[in-house]
Design a protein around this ligand. Structure first.
Ligand code: PRP
Length: 183
């Protein structure tokens, strides 16, 4: 177990690594079952999903292809749809025979996925979504994810890929950040 005693930025562990590992295996079994007859392309949304994505794909037993995207609701990007900017797109043009599973670390306001999914649905045979964490209290647009690891309260969480100001992504557990850090 990671030692947080000397890390004043971390208030407490919300979901420990063993619990995450077990849930990731369950989700992988669901994906194995649901995509058995499909052409699965896993699409990781950078950067927050990178650890979840890696763990999830390693637990799949069906064949899967891998792509990445980087999107943000601000800043500069090459393609823009709605309020979302795409700074790294899927690295192939033709997705017409692909069944995409978009993998996110967290769904918060829902803006990112609610804009991204219709955009990808125009290009692919099908699009589903998988998020490790869901914060329903923060939702601003109506969107629900097809696969979800954990529903969490409205706390600022870091670790297992999630950051605050680019820090804490490498922590093994999902942790609540101390308000001292951001207030
Ligand atoms: C986070 C997360 C989602 C998005 C969710 O990304 O990874 O992409 O915000 O929020 P929403 O539901 O309110 O749209 P972030 O912009 O923090 O980038 P990162 O993944 O690189 O940390």
């Amino acid at each position: 177990m990671y030692d947080y005693k000397n890390n004043e930025a971390i208030e407490k562990v919300l979901i420990d690594s063993e619990t995450i590992e077990n849930r990731v295996k369950e989700i992988a079994r669901d994906i194995d079952r649901d995509f058995a007859d499909k052409r699965l392309v896993m699409v990781g949304i950078l950067k927050g999903s990178f650890i979840f994505f890696g763990d999830l794909v390693r637990n799949l037993t069906i064949p899967a292809e891998i792509e990445f995207m980087k999107v943000s609701s601000y800043g500069s990007g090459t393609v823009s749809f709605g309020e979302i900017k795409v700074s790294l797109d899927i690295g192939r043009e033709d997705l017409s025979e692909c069944d995409l599973l978009v993998v996110e670390d967290i769904i918060d306001s829902g803006k990112t996925l609610s804009k991204l999914v219709p955009h990808l649905a125009k290009r692919a045979r099908s699009v589903k979504t998988c998020t490790l964490l869901d914060k329903p209290e923060r939702r601003e647009v109506d969107f629900s994810t097809d696969y979800c690891g954990f529903t969490i309260p409205d706390e600022f969480v870091v670790g297992y890929g999630l950051d605050y100001d680019e820090k804490y992504r490498t922590l093994p557990d999902v942790c609540i950040l101390s308000p001292k850090v951001y207030l």
